[in-house]
Design a protein around this ligand. Structure first.
Ligand code: 2P0
Length: 327
């Protein structure tokens, strides 16, 4: 099935009331079990299920209205760069009636394209805003499937706290949605260590496609991801931080191993990225319970508990600490 047909089927379920504007916020999310590889590129269906933690107030706020003669897209108060605006317009093509145009004003409080998943919060906020404007009346699960067509990781950004995105098995993608998982873990902290906010050379989509097509190590990935997904669900349900940290760090490094074995090789790390990883490992040897995860970019995300916040800040003075469950 192609994405236009998928959207047509979804929109048949719409039963809300249209409005003159839509406005919504969606949080960024960090995957603890990563999504890496597609089983269907057009429907954005993943090879494996993934699990994430949303970053509270860090994310994207988007306002959508109707426009007269063409789409108008603004990013952080300025006309958006062409590639950004084109990607939004292409996504809006899925939903627009003949001769219908949109004005989209989107604001991130996280660096765009710095590996901090702003396409995730971006498409999740957009789809929530469109739900109001176009009067779909969809629930988060339905919205997560529409967000998925914008960007895979956006599927998980419909939720606060932990979210799981089920890979699903159906060819039509109707069972590939995200849902909220488990309750608040109020002592859990995420630390963001920014190494670079320069736009990366190879985007995630190209990166994962190249890995699936050329990396011998990718064969091992789906089985590890399935196992990590189960371990992480156990860790979150039991609030077992050691299991969470060990599984998340190993999952991220295994994903990067598949990339290094791709051809041409794919390495999102900078020298400073590795230096920071070594600092985490050293801190752990010295008795501090601290782990990291890393996405398709050079920045590190630390995982630790509130009781170790001061120690982490002392070791990494520039760390931006996020409490995912602060109200
Ligand atoms: C994730 N990443 O689970 C993984 C880990 C990056 C590394 O989802 O092709 O921008 O638009 O579906 O969502 C980033 O990939 O890719 C991503 P597309 P997306 O967070």
């Amino acid at each position: 099935m192609k994405r236009h047909k998928f959207v047509k089927l979804m929109l048949k379920r719409a039963n809300g009331k249209p409005a003159t504007r839509g406005e919504a916020f969606a949080p960024a999310n960090i995957a603890l079990c990563k999504y890496w590889g597609k089983r269907d590129a057009d429907l954005n269906l993943p090879v494996n299920s993934s699990l994430s933690i949303s970053l509270g107030k860090l994310g994207t706020k988007t306002v959508v209205k109707f426009a007269k003669t063409a789409d108008r897209v603004f990013l952080n108060g300025k006309p958006a760069p062409k590639d950004f605006a084109d990607r939004i317009s292409k996504y809006l093509d899925l939903f627009r009636a003949d001769g219908q145009f949109f004005e989209v004003r989107t604001k991130n409080n996280i660096p765009t394209a710095a590996g901090l998943a702003s396409s995730a919060s971006g498409f999740a906020a957009l789809v929530k805003a469109l739900d109001q404007l176009l009067g779909w009346g969809f629930n988060p699960r339905e919205l997560s499937m529409l967000a998925r067509l914008g960007s895979g990781s956006a599927t998980r950004s419909l939720y606060e706290g932990f979210a799981v995105w089920h890979a699903g098995v159906r060819a039509d993608g109707m069972d590939s949605y995200a849902e909220s998982f488990s309750n608040a873990w109020k002592d859990l902290r995420v630390g963001i260590l920014e190494v670079s906010n320069v736009r990366k050379k190879t985007g995630s989509t190209d990166g994962m496609n190249r890995t699936v097509e050329t990396s011998e190590l990718y064969e091992a990935w789906p089985a590890q991801a399935d196992c990590d997904f189960d371990e992480l669900r156990t860790a979150v349900a039991a609030q077992d931080f050691t299991l969470l940290g060990e599984t998340a760090e190993n999952n991220a490094l295994a994903m990067h191993a598949t990339m290094l074995a791709a051809w041409p090789p794919l390495c999102y790390w900078k020298p400073q990225t590795l230096a920071l990883m070594q600092k985490v490992w050293q801190a752990r040897e010295n008795g501090l319970e601290l782990y990291f995860t890393i996405d398709a970019g050079p920045n590190l995300k630390l995982l630790f508990l509130k009781e170790n916040q001061a120690a982490v800040k002392k070791l990494f003075p520039k760390v931006q600490i996020v409490n995912p469950f602060s109200s």
